[in-house]
Design a protein around this ligand. Structure first.
Ligand code: AMP
Ligand code: GLY
Length: 423
């Protein structure tokens, strides 16, 4: 079959790598893709948010399956658009329909879903612009730290955790009244702070059945020791060594199973990945967020551990074959370390020559913010490369990734030297 992947990051490079190897893949396209995806697929130069161009590409290239990488097109309804267009009849999509995508698109929607289905999550209350005074009162009546979340999509920046009551009220004012995150913060969820260790679980679902994919732990902060600003992700490992059978079974029973059942009960059409952002409080799992897609860079440690034919697995969601699918997971551990341009996640320079990739033999290097110009690779974004390795344990995998990074050079490069440090 012909497949179109939407997106342009390391996650999509990793998708492209696995799908291109499938015996079921005839032609593979990525829109817009990057220099990495161009090695195994044809890049198409348009934004996934431009639905008419997506439609044009599907017809022109006779696409049977669209795999959506990032959340924006899903929250904007790409799935609904494709399946309701008479010309695109029969085209299948990996990624939920618009209403189900609200699990990521609206924190308030997600919290109501969680509470309705009795899935453990932090206690919360939602406030709109007109309820600013009430929101301040709520803060005064609760104890710090205060967790403030912009309701809508805010490119991973919409969550603030604040210790001081006055500062929390100031930030709340900026969000609710001064539109700090645009319309995304015209509604704010204030929730209880949960203390514990975070991990991410992933499933592929057809809306009724699911397969659990390998779990991961990511490192979001820019600085070593988990300090400084939040980023899209500076590294990840899989599996988290602390995830034992007892915890895994609690996660499935208390969180994953009721979530999939909840989708069915609420008649939310879902064919795709669910990414559970979890926190373990004394070994009890709580949901801190849903994402309706795979993570980046979590994908770059989860997918390399899948031994089954990845395209066959994805397509099984649309043929009723998912529940019986014999998913084969590699017992090795995986680690990825993200190399970024100095300054990221704030301002940084682009267009730096990237050297040494040809010398890396023991790791997979996934391109994110990279372009190819006149045969040369240049930086083109904050997160530039994700260097993934497998090993008999997380430690070995990390050692290999750091060794490989030693061979790669670009000006102002930065990476965290302590991924996995806390394990
Ligand atoms: P989110 O975008 O909802 O995943 O939040 C971003 C980060 O904020 C998470 O990865 C957590 O580190 C932190 N966080 C979110 N909600 C809570 C909470 N209720 N308690 C503690 N930390 C939280
Ligand atoms: N790495 C976090 C995310 O993809 O949302």
């Amino acid at each position: 079959m012909n497949v179109l992947i939407l997106g342009s990051g390391g996650r999509e490079h990793c998708f492209a790598e696995l799908i291109s190897k499938s015996k079921h893949c005839d032609k593979l396209f990525v829109a817009p893709g990057n220099s990495g995806t161009s090695l195994m697929a044809q890049n198409l130069d348009f934004s996934p948010i431009d639905f008419d161009l997506v439609k044009g590409a599907i017809t022109k290239h006779n696409i049977q399956l669209v795999v959506v990488g990032p959340e924006d097109p899903l929250v904007s309804g790409i799935h609904d658009f494709i399946v309701s267009d008479p010309i695109l009849k029969g085209v299948k999509v990996i990624g939920p329909k618009q209403q189900a995508a609200q699990l990521e698109g609206s924190k308030d929607f997600a919290k109501n879903f969680l509470n309705r289905h009795n899935i453990p999550t932090a206690k919360h209350q939602t406030f709109t612009t007109r309820q600013f005074e009430e929101a301040c009162e709520y803060i005064e009546n609760n104890s710090p730290p205060y967790v403030l979340k912009a309701d809508g999509l805010a490119a991973g920046k919409g969550v603030l955790i604040i210790d001081n009551v006055n500062q929390a009220k100031d930030e709340l004012y900026q969000m609710l009244v001064k539109s700090k995150f645009g319309s995304a913060s015209s509604s704010v969820v204030i929730e209880e702070f949960l203390e514990g260790i975070e991990l991410s679980c992933f499933v592929l679902t057809d809306g009724k059945n699911y397969k659990m994919l390998p779990s991961a732990k990511d490192y979001k902060r820019i600085g070593e020791g988990d300090t400084g600003l939040n980023t899209g992700g500076m590294g990840a490992i899989s599996p988290p060594p602390f995830l034992n059978d007892k915890i895994r079974s609690k996660i499935e029973k208390r969180i994953i199973y009721p979530t999939i059942k909840g989708l069915e009960l609420d008649k939310l059409d879902y064919t795709g990945f669910v990414f559970f952002g979890l926190i373990l409080v004394d070994e009890d799992p709580y949901v801190i967020e849903y994402n309706v897609r795979m993570g980046d860079p979590e994908t770059q440690v989860v997918l390399p551990r899948i031994n089954s034919d990845f395209l066959e697995l994805l397509f099984s969601v649309h043929t009723g074959a998912l529940s019986d699918y014999d998913l084969k997971i590699n017992e090795s551990s995986a680690a990825t370390v993200v190399m970024v341009s100095g300054g990221y996640p704030e301002t940084y320079k682009k267009n730096m020559d990237i050297k040494g990739l040809d010398k890396v033999k023991e790791s997979k290097v996934y391109h994110a913010g990279v372009i190819k110009e006149k045969g040369l690779l240049k930086t083109n974004g904050g997160r530039v490369l994700a260097v993934t390795s497998l090993g008999e344990n997380v430690d070995r995998a990390l050692k290999t990734s750091y060794h490989s990074i030693g061979k790669i050079r670009f000006k102002n490069q930065y990476y965290r030297k302590d991924i996995g440090f806390d394990l």
